[in-house]
Design a protein around this ligand. Structure first.
Ligand code: NAG
Ligand code: NAG
Length: 255
């Protein structure tokens, strides 16, 4: 896409005054609509429409942002932090509106977190589910999360609804503190350790899971055995300065 210029820049308008014989088709082909530039529109492009110099091609951000979406990114103001990198020229709107692409191909999360994730991945004492507990398989399961974190990549979040809320999709770096807890617990406890969810699966809206700062563990057995496992996992969470709850599983979050 061409760089956008401020409206009312006479020199630029004169430069584009040459009308094309093809009429409005150049604008239409770009997914735009020719109209008077006094009508509000996300982006005007000059030189794509028949008629006077004020008749210009209006391209909505929905259309202009497609190159960014195609790259798996999201267009936003660069004042908003981006877990990944900002790329110019893929979004509509002002020059400060850029494409935030989460880095899946290259390192973007902390090396310290990655090192612990690799140790978790490598540990025979820690079982990482390869599917969400809801049986949805979307690449946001604990095994995929840890594999990606080990490669310094962002971990995927799910994007489906459940009784508790709506998982937001997208991705996040896993936090060093929660990874240290998982590793420490997994390599020190006498109980069976199965990770059910980290950044993936569906939880209540705004859950710390979605920030890569929470984990859910499976509880095994029943009665006193289950209670003892629950207590051990929760005590370890407290030791790591986290907050936890038990019940059907142990949830620990460290913020
Ligand atoms: C992975 O585990 C094996 C033994 O199970 C160990 O020899 C190796 O050093 C570990 N690698 C890492 C990166 O922790
Ligand atoms: C969770 O957020 C979604 C929008 O993302 C909303 O539709 C839903 O009602 C929310 N659920 C709860 C339980 O607050």
């Amino acid at each position: 896409m061409q760089a956008r210029r401020p409206l009312g820049s006479c020199a630029i308008i004169l430069f584009f005054i040459i009308q094309t014989a093809t009429g409005d088709t150049r604008c239409l082909r770009k997914g735009g609509k020719c109209q008077e530039n006094s009508i509000p529109c996300d982006n005007y492009q000059k030189g794509l429409c028949n008629g006077g110099r004020t008749r210009q091609c209006c391209i909505s951000n929905q259309v202009a942002d497609k190159p960014c979406r195609d790259k798996g990114g999201k267009c936003q103001q660069t004042s908003v932090s981006c877990r990944g990198t900002y790329t110019s020229g893929l979004c509509g709107g002002s020059a400060s509106r850029k494409c935030c692409v989460p880095q899946s191909g290259s390192a973007s999360c902390s090396a310290a977190a990655a090192a612990v994730a690799c140790k978790i991945k490598n540990s025979s004492k820690i079982t990482l589910l390869k599917i969400n507990p809801s049986q949805v398989k979307d690449g946001a399961d604990p095994y995929s999360n840890i594999r990606d974190a080990c490669a310094r990549k962002v971990a995927k979040r799910s994007s489906y609804k459940c009784r508790e809320g709506q998982a937001p999709g997208g991705s996040t770096c896993l936090d060093l503190k929660i990874l240290q807890y998982i590793y420490d617990l997994g390599t020190s406890t006498k109980y069976q350790v199965q990770v059910n969810a980290i950044a993936g699966a569906c939880h209540s809206n705004g859950s710390k899971h979605y920030d890569g700062k929470a984990v859910d563990f499976q509880l095994f057995g029943s009665g006193t055995a289950k209670d003892a496992q629950e207590k051990a996992f929760r005590d370890k969470c407290t030791k790591h300065k986290g907050w936890s709850h038990g019940g059907t599983h142990v949830h620990c979050q460290i913020v």
